[in-house]
Structure formats: C-alpha cells, structure tokens
Design a protein around this ligand. Structure first.
Ligand code: SF4
Ligand code: SF4
Length: 396
C-alpha cells in the first residue's frame, strides 16, 4: 500500500505565488488576467507598429529606387544627347577635312603624353637624334600641348596621303623620297590646317588654336595614335590600316573641348621585320628604334656635313631622303595616288636625267629647285652635290 499524499497548503505569505484551487490546478486571479490581457495588447500593438514601419520603409525604399531610376534614365538620355551632338560635330569636322583633301582625322584630349616621356628620354640619352639639337630642346612642350597653347583642351590630328601618281623620270638613278617630289609639304599642309581650323570654328564655335606639321615640338605620331588613327611601325613610320604610311601628319591644338576618339592600341607589325632587314645602313636598331645618325634621311638632309665614309657605299642612289623601309612595308600595298596637285613632281624630279643632276650648277639649283618651292631646297647646293657624288659612288 502506497503512503498517503502529503497535504499541501497554498503559500499565502508569498504575494507572487498564484492562488491554488482546492483541486491543486493553477487559476489566474482577475487582476492578473487583466494584466495579462494588457500585456498581450501591448505586444500586439508593437507587432502592428513594426509591420506598419516595415511597410512604410518598403514604400520609401521603392520611392527612392524609382527616383534613382528616373535620375539614371535622365542621365542616360543626357549622355546619349551629348554623344549625338559630339558625333554631329565630329562628322562635320571630318567632312570639312575630307573636302580639304585629308584622308583621316582623329581627336585626342590635350593631356601630358606620360607614356612617351621615358621613350623620348632614352632616345635622347642614346644620342640617336645626332645633330638634330632641336629634338632635345623644349622637352616638356613635346610632352604637354598645354605648354604650347594656354588652355588647350583637344588635339585634332589629320593625315594627308602624298603617294605620287607619277614617279621620277624614266631611267634616273638618283632617287628622291616620295614626300619631296612636289611642293614643300610644310606650306601645303599648314595652309590646309588653317582652313580646317576656320571650319572648326564655324562648326563648333570660337576657339584659339595653333597648327603644326613637322614644324614644332609636337610628338606627331604619338598624337596620331592617341587620336585613334593608326600605329607607328617598327620602321618608325606612322601607319594607317588600309592606307599605308605615305602620309603627312598635321595637328590643330585647340582650346575647344571636343569628344576624343579612342586611342589606337593594335600592333600593326606582328612578326614582320622586312623594314629592319631591308635597311641598307642598319639604322633600325630595334623595333621602333631608329638611330637617326645611320639613317639616309638624316645623312642626306639633316646632316649639314659631308656624308661620312662609313655610309657612302650604302646610299643605294638616294640623294634626298630614303623610302626603302616604306617600300618593303606590306601596309603600303594599299597606298593609292594622292589627288593633291601640289604634290605632283616638279620638273627636275619628273624629267631630269642623271647627267642633268650631275651637271646642275647653283643657278639651276636655285631656279629649278628652290624657286619651285621644293623641299629639296631645304639643303644647300653643296650638300646636294655631295649627296649626288655619294649616290654615284654607291653604284660602283
Ligand atoms: S629611311 Fe632608309 S636608311 Fe632610314 S631607316 Fe628607312 S631604310 Fe633605313
Ligand atoms: S615592314 Fe613590317 S615590321 Fe616594318 S613597319 Fe611595315 S609591317 Fe611593320
């Protein structure tokens, strides 16, 4: 028989202890019930408030998202409108450039050519510029067009084909670089650049500008790359795809803020090294590295003195400049004759025989070369005659 269960009395002296029924089951008092109901109501209210807050937060977030979306759409619309306006301006400038005879045009932002600083320094340190002292001058200006024109914002680069439709006289063995067949390009291209600058003003508004073509401390080929026109080849000539390298470059540095084109990044040479192998004086010391002191263009034009003995047997008939590294370049299979009348060969270039070149006196040099506006007039009569003797020696 199990022992009787102990009789338990409610703990009346403990106010927190709920009263117990006689049966022993818990049963809240009325006050406790009211308290519980109030607590429950408070909890319910808190939940409702939290739910309402969440809903408000969601609405506000959605409002913000819609506002941001509207702003972004407006930004996109503005950008698209600006891009369309920029493209219209560029198309109009290109159209004018084409009407003036330019074959390509690009635009770069007028900023410092930082990437070219070490290249230029190395070139000068090696002394590859020879006696072209002007190359070492205005180092900073070469790298920053804003030092050439205060407030410069853009560099417009234009390329003009000069590949001649007709060559030198049949049977002439004294060779002249093609760029020098006709009138001096400095004058011809500068004249066109001034006209283009005027057209830019008519198209896009007033601006201050300076124009250059191979005439000032401007790294033309670097700007042409930045303006997206093409790339400098291993022979250091500037190549435009499907046009070749028989091109003059000209620049308009302007205060006008024009939308820049994308820089040209692609290498156009690959594994080819025809120019390096064909150079008779090994002047291309590495891809894109030219030791001007060995180059026939320098030796026959820039060097004021007699061509040194080391190179006399290697001039291969060139008396003014040299085109060998362009002639072998596969990109020049695209070279098409230029329509520019000013670049048609002057009489001396088109008609003179070897004998006429050899017997040319000062009077004929002045009359047929200098007065004809030929770039050949950049060198002295004595220099020209030494070049002719050197070319004759190289044939023996
Ligand atoms: S211009 Fe003539 S000499 Fe000069 S790098 Fe070209 S091939 Fe050589
Ligand atoms: S000949 Fe070949 S390596 Fe030289 S510039 Fe032309 S593509 Fe480049």
């Amino acid at each position: 028989m199990s022992p009787p269960a102990p009789h338990i009395h409610p703990q009346r002296d403990d106010p927190d202890q709920p009263a117990r029924s006689r049966s022993g089951a818990n049963r809240p008092s009325r006050a406790a019930g009211r308290e519980q109901t109030a607590g429950q109501a408070q909890a319910d209210n808190r939940v409702k408030a939290a739910v309402r807050k969440q809903a408000t937060d969601r609405e506000q977030a959605a409002d913000r998202e819609r506002a941001t979306g509207r702003e972004q759409a407006a930004d996109r619309e503005r950008a698209a409108g600006q891009a369309q306006a920029d493209n219209r301006v560029k198309a109009a400038i290109r159209e004018q450039a084409a009407a003036l005879g330019f074959d390509a045009l690009g635009i770069a932002r007028a900023e410092t050519l930082e990437n070219h600083q070490p290249l230029l320094s190395a070139y000068l340190e090696k002394g590859h510029h020879g006696k072209m002292g002007y190359m070492a001058r205005h180092f900073d200006k070469r790298l920053d067009p804003r030092l050439l024109l205060k407030g410069a914002r853009s560099v417009i680069v234009a390329a003009h084909n000069y590949y001649p439709a007709v060559g030198q006289a049949e049977g002439t063995s004294y060779r002249i670089a093609r760029y020098a067949y006709g009138q001096d390009y400095h004058r011809v291209i500068k004249d066109k650049l001034h006209k283009l600058a005027q057209a830019v003003e008519e198209i896009a508004g007033k601006h201050t500008c300076r124009v250059f073509t191979d005439s000032a401390p401007v790294l033309e080929k670097a700007w042409a790359e930045w303006a997206g026109l093409g790339k400098t080849g291993k022979n250091t000539c500037f190549i435009i795809p499907r046009k070749g390298s028989y091109l003059f470059l000209g620049e308009i540095i302007t205060t006008m803020d024009l939308a820049p084109d994308e820089a040209f990044e692609k290498d156009l040479c690959g594994h080819c090294r025809r120019c390096m192998d064909a150079c008779p004086t090994q002047a291309i010391t590495d891809a894109g590295q030219l030791d001007a002191r060995r180059c026939l263009s320098y030796l026959t034009i820039e060097l004021k003195d007699r061509i040194p003995d080391e190179f006399r047997a290697k001039s291969r008939g060139w008396v003014f400049g040299c085109d060998i590294c362009q002639e072998v370049c596969p990109h020049n299979r695209f070279a098409a004759p230029s329509n520019e009348k000013a670049f048609r060969p002057i009489t001396a270039v088109a008609e003179w025989t070897d004998k006429e070149w050899e017997e040319m006196d000062r009077e004929r040099f002045n009359r047929h070369i200098r007065k004809a506006g030929s770039p050949l007039g950049r060198i002295t009569y004595d220099k020209m005659m030494d070049n002719i003797r050197c070319a004759a020696e190289s044939r023996r």
